[in-house]
Design a protein around this ligand. Structure first.
Ligand code: RBF
Length: 165
């Protein structure tokens, strides 16, 4: 069981179910590309390390984090039966209130989408005060939130397969 996370990339491989056979979509925002590319790399490599086939992973891009819910809905509504969608973005506090609106819209949008659809939609969005905090959490001293998001996706899909078959 998790208590306080010290590093976003830390997980116990023995507690992760195999991702073999799972189909996973990744939606990454283009804003702050240095960060979101690193999140994407962390998520993708973690899925592959945990036996998700590369042919079962689809990566799409949307312009900004605000568009993540629509990107995720597009994958869930497609003909491919994704088991989960991982959403990756980085919203950095600026001088205007955009930060609050974007963060609120994305977290509500992804939550509502997941509850309506039933499949896991993973919140892999960094919401930071500055660029350094984002660097620290996208492969820096606090690990990589993309790794955490991928582990969460695999665990959620395995939980649903166990309960729902
Ligand atoms: N998108 C992000 O993913 N991260 C940001 O930090 C971010 N900051 C923004 C700041 C401003 C002032 C504006 C206008 C947009 C920003 N966006 C950001 C883009 C946003 O998510 C969305 O793509 C656009 O608002 C178009 O809907």
């Amino acid at each position: 069981m998790e208590t306080k996370k010290t590093n976003l990339s830390d997980y116990n491989p023995e507690t992760i179910p195999s991702g073999a056979g799972m189909k996973i979509g990744i939606v990454a925002a283009e804003w702050n590309p240095q960060i979101t590319n690193a999140l994407c790399e962390g998520a993708y490599s973690t899925l592959v390390t945990n036996h998700v086939a590369e042919t079962d992973i689809t990566v799409i891009r949307v312009p900004g984090s605000f568009e993540l819910p629509t990107g995720a809905a597009t994958l869930l509504n497609s003909n491919t039966n994704y088991d989960a969608v991982i959403c990756l973005g980085c919203v950095i506090q600026g001088e205007t209130r955009h930060f609050d609106f974007i963060c609120g819209a994305v977290s509500n949008g992804l939550t509502n989408l997941s509850l309506q659809d039933g499949r896991p939609v993973i919140f892999g969005v960094l919401t930071t005060n500055n660029m350094q905090q984002a660097i620290d959490r996208s492969g820096g001293k606090h690990g990589n939130k993309g790794v955490e998001a991928a582990v969460t996706a695999i665990k959620m899909v395995a939980m649903q397969k166990q309960i729902l078959g």
